[in-house]
Each structure stands twice: as structure tokens, then as C-alpha cells.
Design a protein around this ligand. Structure first.
Ligand SMILES: [Zn+2]
Length: 511
């Protein structure tokens, strides 16, 4: 059984699946595991016939923790201030909305329909007021639970509420000094300002370990996926669970822990280190279903290693194999392949990909566009009479991947008919022999391959040397894509003219 269905099997009654990410920097592919895990549980719940909804909490009141590598040093003055109140790096609007916007656009691309709730909005509407009042009233019990469950001491002047200093705007260093309901009295350790914060407004917030269970209570959350850091023994899920039960009288949500997505050779993705691929970037170089596939295929308990270079091509190959299995033209070992494809879907029914991504990557390097590309696509099984919007998108994705992430080994530039080239004697004899036979053979990958193979064998040349003569004249390198396959994608008469030119012969074929 697929992991999302297995999880949903234990659920009963009305469900609210909640996810949360702080837009403190580019929301990245690692964060996508949070939102897509939630989305798949949500869909699994609906599939089981349960009433359910799906929310994403944008933690936009979190303070800026430091000047991240992607920020200018001007941001030093904003450290400690809530990210919804500091300016966007591009000068338009707030910092948090700046990083939220491309993320929401990406969600649309990959068919995630989620209700977005900004934490600042919940505070501004007074939704947290009761929870804040409760934890302040039970401050000692609350701090006792935190100490006991986490095994850590709290600071002597620990505050169950973090006011935003009305003078300097910092939220990081204010301490509660008293409570005159509905006002928290505070002192700011940065500017020494003493003020009061209204708990019915976004004048301040609960610390994370209290805010999380308060959200469960306020929003009646029943399921929540989260990263393994929150799930460690004594971590914020454990303390949240105890606070929810003992302070708020709320059953904690069913947890689903997920492992990290690692960037090959670079480790876990963290906004704070800049070691990330932003979500919107990932869908620029990956077909959108493949991002869903990555999450759908892997059990949340397993880490994922992502390689945007050659690994991406292998990932798309694997995805296409699953699709083919779904349509009954191939098979895969995964018994849940039908569900994996279903969870990978982006709204339309899963489609059969007529032209593989790998093939497309080669074709667009041979034919930059226009009628020639369309004809080559048709020859490869594409059934459209024009390049439709889906194919157009796939071409853009493949081109961006080639320009930005593809390893040199898959990149090539087709030489022109009369680009200069120098060949050794062995190369010349192989190409001459091929030219003599090429008009008579089927212009298919297999027959080209067999012909070249025959010639090389007959001449007693080292195969690697033999093949390299072709690569040299067509792409100016010693190696390239499988030769028969590669040549079959070229126009036969162009291939003939190019070989003739390389041999110093003025041969004109066709046209
Ligand atoms: Zn201050």
C-alpha cells in the first residue's frame, strides 16, 4: 500500500491537515517535502471518503535570525525583527511576501490546492488571545512541562510571550514584566523601551514551542507532517504534545515525520546556508509531475538525494518508466506504481509521454526550433500537428536544464555542414565506407548502428576510434549520444553532405 494511503487508513472523522513553513528565505525543494507530504495525505483522506481540508501556515512573524548569504549587509539592522515587517530584498513590499509569492506560484504549477494562512493575520484577528491568556495564567506549569519534556533548563527570565518592541521593532529580546489583561507589559533589552502589547493584536507572539500547539488548538489540526528535527525526543513535537494535552485540552495531531532532501555532494538544504534549490527553480528544469513523483515514490522515512545534473535525467527516466507501467507498456518493481503515478498527477489524467525527456534533450540540441523540430518530434512519436502548450513547456524545461545544470557529457552543438574538421586516415576510411552504404540502408537507429559496426569490424579498427570519427565531424568531440540513435535523428541528406565535406569531397545530395 502506498505510504499516504497507509497513513490515512488510521484516520477517522473530519480531518484538517496542516503544514507550515517560514518564508525566511527562498522556499526550497527540501520544504516541498513538507507541503507535498501534506498534500498527499490530504488526497489520501479524500480518497478514503473522509471530509478533509488542507492548510499551510506561513510563519511570517518569525524574526530574521541573521544576515543570510543571499542578503546584503544592510539587513543587519533588521535582524531580530519579524519578517512580515521588514522590507523585501527587491524593494517591493515585505520580506515574507517576497519569498512566499514564487512558492505559491509553484504550488499552482504542481497542483497543490491549499488554504494559505499567515500567522501574523491570526494574531491580528485576535485568534491567539485565549491561548496567550491561558499560557500566561499557567506560566509556571507551562515552563515546568517544557523543562521536563525537553530536559533543558529555561532562562531565569523566560517569557511565555514575545512582544514586538514598539520602539525599535525587535521581537527577539523583549521580556514580559507583567500582565494586565489584555496587555502584556514588557521591557526591550535592545533599546530599553518599556511598553505594553495587546494580546488581541499582532503586537507579539508566542514562542515557537507554545505557538505550535496553540495553532493545533485554534485551527483544530488533526494531522501534521514535519521534519525530523521537530520529531527528536524532547523536541518541539514532544513538548507541543504535552502542552496541547495538559494546557489546551487538545488531542495533538497525528504526526508524520519526514526525512530531509539532500543535495548531492552538499548535504541538507537550508535557507540559512544558501545550499538550496528554490522550489520555483526546480520546476524550471524539471517537468512538474516529476517533483510530485520524487515525493510520492519515496517513503517519508527515507531521505532523498537530489542531483540536479545527470541524476535529474535518471529521475525523469524513472518517472517515465512508472508512467509506462501505468499505461501497461512497461513494468517496474514497485507494487504501488499505480498510486505513485496517481499522486504525481497535476490535475489532468496521467498522460503517456510520447517523447521521452532524454530524447527531447537531444532533439533540441540538433533542432533549435521551428518546423524542423516539429518534424523530428513527429518522427519520434509526437502526435500533435503543432507544438502544443504542454510540449512547449517541456521544451523550455529541457532547454533550461541544459543551460544551467546539465553535465558536459550530455551537451553538444551540432556542427555546420562546412565547419572545418581534421580527420586521421582511419577516420577517413570509416566515413568513406559509411558514405558508400548510407543511401541504401534504413535511416533508423538500429540499421545505422549495425552498418557502422560492420564497417569498423571489417576495417579492424578500434571501435572507440571508429565511433569518434563520427562524433568529431558532427559535434566536434570524441564522444556523444549513442551513435545510431544520434544519426537517425539527423536529416539523412545533411549527414551525407557533412560527411562529404569532411572528406574533402564536394558531394551534393538531395536539394
Ligand atoms: Zn526595543
Amino acid at each position: 500500500m502506498h505510504w499516504a494511503d497507509a497513513f490515512a487508513k488510521s484516520l477517522s472523522g473530519v480531518q484538517r491537515i496542516s503544514t507550515g513553513i517560514s518564508p525566511s528565505g527562498p522556499i526550497h525543494v527540501g520544504n516541498m517535502r513538507e507541503i507535498l507530504t501534506g498534500d498527499m495525505i490530504y488526497k489520501a483522506a479524500l480518497r478514503r471518503g473522509l471530509e478533509a481540508d488542507f492548510i499551510y501556515l506561513c510563519d511570517d512573524m518569525d524574526p530574521l535570525r541573521k544576515v543570510y548569504p543571499f542578503l546584503s549587509s544592510d539587513y543587519e539592522k533588521y535582524v531580530g525583527k519579524p519578517i512580515y515587517r521588514i522590507p523585501s530584498p527587491d524593494g517591493n513590499g515585505s520580506y515574507s511576501e517576497h519569498f512566499l509569492k514564487p512558492f505559491l506560484e509553484t504550488l499552482d504549477t504542481i497542483n497543490v490546492k491549499v488554504d494559505v494562512i499567515r500567522t501574523s493575520g491570526l494574531y491580528a484577528q485576535g485568534k491567539f488571545a485565549d491561548a496567550i491568556r491561558t499560557v500566561i495564567g499557567k506560566k509556571d506549569i507551562v515552563s515546568g512541562i517544557l523543562k521536563k519534556v525537553s530536559g533543558r533548563e529555561l532562562e531565569k527570565d523566560w517569557s511565555p510571550y514575545q512582544a514586538i518592541c514598539s520602539e525599535c521593532g525587535s521581537i527577539a529580546k523583549t521580556k514580559m514584566t507583567g500582565f494586565e489583561d489584555p496587555f502584556v507589559l514588557y521591557r526591550c533589552a535592545i533599546c530599553q523601551h518599556e511598553g505594553r502589547a495587546d494580546i488581541r493584536r499582532d503586537d507579539g507572539k508566542l514562542p515557537w514551542r507554545l505557538e505550535w500547539p496553540a495553532k493545533w488548538k485554534i485551527l483544530n489540526v488533526t494531522v501534521e507532517p514535519f521534519g525530523k528535527d521537530h520529531g527528536a525526543a524532547g523536541g518541539s513535537y514532544d513538548t507541543g504534545k504535552a502542552i496541547a494535552q495538559e494546557i489546551f485540552g487538545k488531542t495533538p495531531p497525528a504526526p508524520l515525520l519526514y526525512e530531509w532532501i539532500l543535495l548531492k555532494g552538499k548535504g541538507a538544504m537550508h535557507s540559512s546556508t544558501g545550499n538550496v534549490i528554490p522550489a520555483e527553480e526546480f520546476v524550471r528544469f524539471t517537468p512538474p509531475m516529476v517533483l510530485r513523483f520524487l515525493i510520492a515514490k519515496n517513503n517519508p522515512s527515507r531521505h532523498i538525494e537530489l542531483d540536479p545534473a545527470l541524476g535529474l535525467l535518471n529521475l525523469v527516466d524513472e518517472f517515465e518508466k512508472y508512467l509506462a507501467a501505468y499505461f501497461g507498456t512497461d513494468s517496474v518493481a514497485d507494487p504501488d506504481f499505480r498510486d505513485v503515478v496517481w499522486y504525481s498527477s497535476i490535475g489532468r489524467e496521467p498522460y503517456s509521454q510520447e517523447v521521452s525527456f532524454r530524447h527531447l534533450v537531444n532533439l533540441i540540441q540538433i533542432y533549435p526550433g521551428g518546423t524542423k523540430l516539429l518534424n523530428a518530434l513527429k518522427k519520434s512519436g509526437y502526435s500533435g500537428n503543432t507544438i502544443d502548450s504542454e510540449m512547449k513547456h517541456l521544451i523550455e524545461v529541457a532547454r533550461y536544464w541544459l543551460d544551467t545544470y546539465a553535465p558536459e557529457s550530455v551537451k553538444f552543438r551540432l556542427m555546420k555542414e562546412d565547419d572545418p574538421v581534421s580527420l586521421d586516415e582511419a577516420g577517413k576510411s570509416i566515413l568513406s565506407a559509411f558514405m558508400a552504404r548510407m543511401d541504401a540502408i534504413d535511416w533508423t537507429a538500429d540499421s545505422i548502428h549495425n552498418t557502422v559496426h560492420d564497417i569498423i569490424k571489417g576495417l579492424g579498427v578500434d571501435p572507440a576510434v571508429g565511433f569518434s570519427a563520427f562524433y568529431k565531424i558532427f559535434i566536434g568531440r570524441d564522444r556523444g549520444p549513442r551513435l545510431g540513435y544520434f544519426l537517425s535523428n539527423l536529416d539523412r541528406s545533411f549527414a551525407a553532405r557533412r560527411i562529404a565535406f569532411s572528406l574533402g569531397m564536394a558531394k551534393h545530395v538531395g536539394k
